[in-house]
Design a binder for this molecule. Structure first.
Ligand code: URA
Ligand code: CA
Length: 439
């Protein structure tokens, strides 16, 4: 087999065979195929697309490029959760303990923040002493004891995807449904859970700008999961504006703890309930939506969700006192209010720009090697639809550096758009793909 023939076939709109896809992935992972040929193939795929079969073969090849985590030592049906990336999205930190406290084990491998999006691992590191670098056996031990653990990926998890994703990033070939779906699903499948719930984001802060595209991505991913024997359900949700009222690492941990206590923002709680319901149904802990919702609610109300979070923190080496004493989490030196310069309604609050603003304050990174400030971030006091009067506080910026603040402030002001009339409300959840019949 020759790489040049594979490139030519895809360039001309042909369908790649399983063998051709395997040949490419295996040899690229081994560095036996140069970046220029891989780039050419990615661009051909970008323009010509891949069908469902090709996408499954690409996913399988990437899974086989590395190790698969064996979670069989943990009893029960393990259900994973993944979000395609957003701003202010702290759902994993809530759902891990919440779902585990309802009897469904959650063994979660998460990522770090990059660009305008935050990462669960960075957020969790706001907790004093907590480590996300556990060995696989420590990870499994933690899930057995607490029902949940959240850790970083090892190098051996879908290494071909790691190489390909870096290449896509610099060759303008990220935004293709087959490539995104296979990239995400290869890591989910290698991570070893039995079933998967996806949160596919649509909007300003997401890969997919329209509901149609997001639905298409959700379908591509559920098809891959189901085709590979891992029942997958996807919730298509809105990411036009940030989720909840905080953006930034320690601020989002505080928001997660409040939500676990039943005192969280409405949108964040709604999304957690929607995803959590699907997780409980897949995990066999509930037969229908109303039973799942009742279980989630009672775990929040009786404190068992929070207890589970404390247990997880302790097992991962962290100080669980922060759960009761939020001030123990990193606090920024300065807080500055951003005030409305006119009256009206908030028409837009661009999630991407808010994410960028938080990153400028120090909460995020542009390059993987950048160091982040865990205490920096933004508290949003006004969101889409809210009425504002000139002089009202729109947001509070938490920072440790005046220069960073000035840059972040300018960005945040640009994220807000106002209208005289109240804008039409957009739904938070557009669709659920692959939910089993019972409702
Ligand atoms: N996240 C991934 O892991 N891969 C993609 O292709 C896009 C988002
Ligand atoms: Ca938030």
């Amino acid at each position: 087999m020759r790489m040049v023939d594979i490139i030519k076939k895809k360039r001309d709109g042909g369908k790649l065979s399983k063998d051709e896809i395997e040949y490419f992935v295996e040899n690229y992972a081994r560095e036996d195929i140069p970046d220029y040929q891989a780039s050419a193939l990615l661009m051909a795929i970008f323009f010509q697309d891949m069908d469902d079969e090709e996408t499954v073969h690409l996913t399988e090849s990437m899974v086989h490029s590395g190790e698969t985590v064996d979670l069989s030592a943990i009893g029960g049906i393990k259900v994973d959760k993944h979000s395609t990336g957003g701003v202010g999205d702290t759902t994993t930190i809530i759902l891990g303990p919440l779902v585990a406290s309802c009897g469904v084990p959650v063994a979660k491998i998460s990522g770090r923040g990059l660009g305008h999006t935050g990462g669960t691992l960075d957020k969790l590191e706001s907790i004093d002493g907590l480590t996300v670098d556990l060995s696989i056996s420590e990870f499994i031990g933690c899930v057995k004891k607490a029902g949940v653990a959240v850790v970083g990926a090892t190098k051996d998890l879908a290494p071909a995807d790691k190489r390909l994703y870096s290449l896509r990033d610099v060759t303008a070939t990220v935004n293709n449904i087959s490539l995104i779906a296979s990239s995400i699903m290869s890591k989910k499948i290698a991570a070893g859970s039995d079933k998967i719930v996806l949160d596919v984001k649509k909007g300003q802060g997401a890969f997919m700008k329209s509901t149609e595209e997001a639905r298409e991505l959700a379908e591509a991913m559920t098809d891959i999961g189901n085709g590979m024997g891992k029942k997958t359900v996807a919730v298509v949700s809105n990411m036009d504006q940030p989720l909840g009222c905080t953006v930034g690492n320690s601020l989002e941990v505080k928001e997660a703890i409040r939500t676990l206590k039943g005192e969280g923002p409405e949108d964040l709680e709604e999304l957690c309930f929607s995803l959590g319901t699907q997780m409980l149904m897949l995990g066999g802990a509930a037969d229908d939506v109303s039973e799942a919702e009742e279980k989630l609610r009672s775990s929040m109300d009786d404190g068992s969700a929070l207890d589970t979070f404390e247990k997880m923190i302790e097992l991962q080496g962290g100080d669980p006192r922060c759960v009761d004493e939020l001030h123990l989490l990193p606090q920024a030196e300065y807080r500055e209010e951003i005030k409305a310069e006119r009256s009206g309604h908030v028409k837009k609050l661009n999630a991407r720009e808010v994410g960028r603003s938080a990153a400028l304050l120090g909460a995020g990174r542009e390059k993987k090697s950048d160091i982040i400030e865990l205490s920096a971030g933004i508290e949003l006091k006004k969101k889409i639809g809210d009425e504002v009067v000139e002089g009202d506080v729109l947001a509070v910026m938490h920072h440790n550096d005046k220069q960073k603040f000035e840059k972040g402030k300018k960005k945040l002001k640009g994220a807000y758009e106002f209208s005289v009339k109240e804008p039409k409300a957009e739904p938070l959840i557009y669709d659920i793909i692959g939910q089993e019949e019972k409702r």
